[in-house]
Write a protein that binds this ligand. Structure first.
Ligand code: 0RA
Length: 426
């Protein structure tokens, strides 16, 4: 089926559902009146064109819902308030994301007439409104917020621990079943935080079965890209629910697969490069991973770069912008490559490793055996290319190029014997 035919049919099904939802007032709570229809209209736009907000209604889009919630918690961690994010895949098709941040604001938002929680759940892009400060750098490919998850779920349960109490609210087919409810006081040992549990709408998604491996991989990557962040993933499904092969492995006593993995990397992308080199079973030319970082608050950009040369032939340069893997490359990668090639040539001439008669080393020569991670975070990323995974910001090229030239130059100067080994390899 071609994509436009698919969309037309999906749109019709979704429109039908939306009309049903509007006619069905059995779930409408008392405080929910005609003026709130505007809210539903915003969320309806998401249900009519889900692809515009989360990329697709296939497995990628489904997993994107989880990232959308986790990204909010990651931002709370990057702001210095949350230290641990726990994601749980529930046996009934739900996913729960719990953090120990400040909790979504529970007080009435001036001008909105409802709580901060309800605003975040029902207004597109409401997150940033009280997020404030910093880069809000996690995610970013779509970066649309919790309301989009609400729009594409049959149910969302939200629990906030804040101002000394537990606060709860449930949304069924996008509509709150009550106001935000103040519940039990928080216990002595309880921290503030937010818990969001959602059930993706099977009428919107091709599948609502999560792939543990896809989530595990992404959370490990998020932990590498956000130094110090602690991320856990638990799968509470039975093995057959998780879509795993059960029959035919000849092991009737297989352990139930209630697995938890936890990731935390205090050296961030330096640990990432170490991990990549070890998993490729490559032999490092020098034992230490080279790494540095820099930030320019005026233009709103930061860069972290880590690299290690190995005796292997292939290069592996992984680039990221706001933790999104930029597989099509872009300006940050251009800046990295340009600086690396010219710096290595300049240094090799200075130290007479390249003689006057020798030709310059090519970029490919210089990157042979190199494993590197380049991670930039910027306030207004521009994603381009076929799959929107190519960074377009021109300031990212100049910034990465300058940081590389300065800091790798310093490193070469302070590690002459290591530098010589690396360059001789090229
Ligand atoms: C807006 C303002 C504040 C926190 C949050 C949103 C927040 C959102 C999420 C989503 C998941 N976990 C979250 N944790 C916090 C801060 C308000 C303040 O205390 O000043």
């Amino acid at each position: 089926m071609n994509e436009s035919a698919e969309n037309t049919q999906e749109d019709q099904i979704q429109n039908d559902q939306l009309e049903d939802a509007q006619l069905d007032d059995t779930l409408a709570p008392e405080h929910y009146d005609a003026s709130d229809l505007r809210v539903l209209e915003g969320l309806e736009a998401v249900r009519i064109r889900p692809g515009m907000y989360i990329g697709s209604t296939g497995p990628r889009g489904l997993h994107h819902l989880v990232y959308e919630i986790v990204d909010n918690s990651v931002d709370e961690a990057l702001a210095g308030y949350a230290s641990h994010i726990e994601v749980t895949i529930l046996p009934d098709g739900g996913v729960r994301v719990v953090d120990d941040g400040r909790g979504i604001p529970v007080d009435e938002v001036p001008g909105e007439g409802v709580s901060g929680v309800e605003t975040v759940m029902t207004k597109l892009h409401a997150g940033g409104k009280f997020g404030g400060g910093g880069y809000a750098v996690s995610g970013g490919l779509h970066g649309v917020g919790i309301s989009v998850v609400n729009a594409l779920s049959t149910r969302v349960d939200i629990e906030v621990r804040r101002q000394g109490f537990h606060w709860t609210q449930t949304y069924i087919n996008q509509k709150p079943t009550s106001r935000l409810l103040k519940g039990e006081p928080m216990g002595e040992d309880e921290s503030t935080g937010t818990s969001v549990t959602f059930w993706a709408d099977g009428a919107i998604f091709e599948t609502t079965t999560y792939d543990f491996e896809i989530l595990r991989n992404r959370f490990q990557q998020m932990a590498f890209l956000n130094k110090g962040l602690k991320l856990s993933l638990t799968d509470l499904r039975e093995p057959d629910q998780a879509g795993d092969e059960v029959a035919g492995d000849g092991d009737d006593n297989a352990e139930p697969k209630h697995q938890t993995v936890t990731y935390q990397y205090n050296d961030g992308i330096k640990d990432y490069v170490d991990y990549l080199v070890k998993s490729r079973k490559a032999t490092p030319v020098e034992p230490d991973v080279i790494d540095f970082e820099a930030e320019d608050l005026k233009i709103g950009i930061s860069a972290e770069i880590a690299m290690q040369w190995t005796t292997a032939y292939s290069e592996a340069v992984h680039t990221f912008a706001n933790t999104i893997s930029t597989t099509e490359g872009g300006t940050h990668e251009e800046g990295f490559r340009a600086a690396l090639t010219s710096l290595v040539n300049r240094y090799a001439r200075e130290k007479n490793i390249l003689k006057d008669k020798d030709e310059n080393l090519s970029g490919d020569d210089v990157r042979e055996g190199l494993t590197a991670v380049v991670s930039v975070k910027l306030t207004t990323p521009q994603f381009e290319g076929q799959t929107k995974t190519k960074l377009g910001n021109s300031e990212a090229k100049t910034f990465v190029q300058r940081v590389m030239t300065d800091k790798l130059g310093d490193w070469f100067d302070s590690h002459p014997s290591e530098a010589k080994n690396i360059i001789q390899k090229a």
